[in-house]
Design a protein around this ligand. Structure first.
Ligand code: TXA
Ligand code: MG
Length: 307
């Protein structure tokens, strides 16, 4: 395991440190330190009405943040933690307003990454938004964090993240479970485990998303993102093509062999690459929501980048 002591000391003295999770890199700060959390908002340039997810390393820590843990939450923790699922629960009164942006609920997850778990077990629970500047794609590599925050920014390097898209956020604070943000854990997987229907309450499914973060237009590279048109040739050298079924390989044509999990893992890296290398557009081959469990999350992130 990496030597984490230097980074643990930064958190303990009220600083912020970027660390890897299985989804994207997070910008960690002590979940009980208001001035550390303030720094997270400042560093990211994040609107203060957008709440943060608390990251824990041990299921028992949930009780520090919520005293109303429904059976549905227990079942989902057992099935999916550690993993890319954030649970929105009614919060305890002592949870800081800076964490929840004044809401009555708090989002909590246990990341499935050995470095994250070791780190949090030493620091205690951390708030951790994605470690990008607001409006930039979430970082899936340590180098992305440095692109946004500078070469000297403290980041624990854990190589490229496995999932590449942010966690599924599910609201369990009322009796009707609702997905507030789709992620790699799909509606079907959640319904199979819960045995009841799960609503979808996110951008493009409903007019008014219930998760504050969903109203902000994230993930937009400078390059124009668009779908590949029917029978469109892939010969524009100022475009980067992300293809699924077509088998071409050029430096600007990346072929994912119908593997949407692989495309999800690389999407944000490709957005960043397009901007660094000065491409005018990112052209993506279309796919269906039923193609893979991660298709819904991938469509959600791509559609946000289209506008
Ligand atoms: O995969 C992830 O969840 C990553 C990694 C680092 O763990 N974190 C992440 O955090 O994506 P962030 O802050 O970029 O996104 C958190 C999302 C936002 O859309 C926010 O509005 C929503 O979760 N959220 C947080 N607390 C909430 C709450 N109490 N009620 C509703 N939505 C909440
Ligand atoms: Mg984010």
């Amino acid at each position: 395991m990496k030597d984490l002591n230097k980074y643990i000391a930064i958190i303990q003295s009220g600083g912020v440190v970027a660390f890897p999770t299985e989804t994207v890199y997070g910008l960690g700060a002590d979940a009980w330190n208001p001035s550390a959390i303030q720094k997270v908002f400042e560093v990211k340039g994040r609107p203060s009405d957008n709440p943060l997810i608390v990251h824990i390393s041990n299921v028992d820590q949930v009780h520090d943040f919520s005293s109303e843990i429904p059976e549905s939450a227990r079942v989902l923790m057992e099935a999916f933690w550690p993993g890319p699922l954030s649970l929105v629960l009614n919060k305890k009164p002592e949870v800081l307003d800076a964490v929840t942006a004044g809401l009555d609920t708090v989002a909590i997850r246990m990341p499935d990454h050995p470095i994250a778990l070791e780190f949090i077990s030493q620091t205690g629970p951390l708030v951790a938004p994605s470690a990008n500047r607001s409006g930039r794609p979430s970082p899936t590599k340590a180098s992305h964090v440095k692109e946004d925050f500078g070469e000297n920014f403290p980041v624990i390097d854990g190589a490229a993240t496995r999932v590449g898209l942010e966690s599924t956020v599910i609201d369990l604070s009322s009796d009707k479970p609702a997905i507030l943000r789709p992620g790699s854990i799909s509606k079907k997987e959640l319904e199979d485990v819960l045995g009841i229907e799960v609503e979808e309450a996110f951008f493009h499914q409903v007019e008014k998303p219930r998760s504050p973060g969903q109203k902000y237009s994230h993930y937009k590279p400078k390059a124009e993102v668009r779908w590949l048109r029917n029978n469109e040739p892939t010969n524009d050298e100022s475009a980067i093509y992300l293809l699924l079924s077509k088998a071409e390989n050029e430096s600007n044509i990346i072929h994912y062999n119908n593997n949407l999990t692989h495309l999800a893992a690389e999407l944000y890296d490709r957005f960043r690459q397009a901007d660094i290398e000065g491409y005018d557009s990112v052209v993506i081959e279309e796919f269906n929501e039923s193609d893979s469990p991660i298709a819904s999350a991938l469509l959600n992130r791509i559609r946000k980048a289209l506008q």
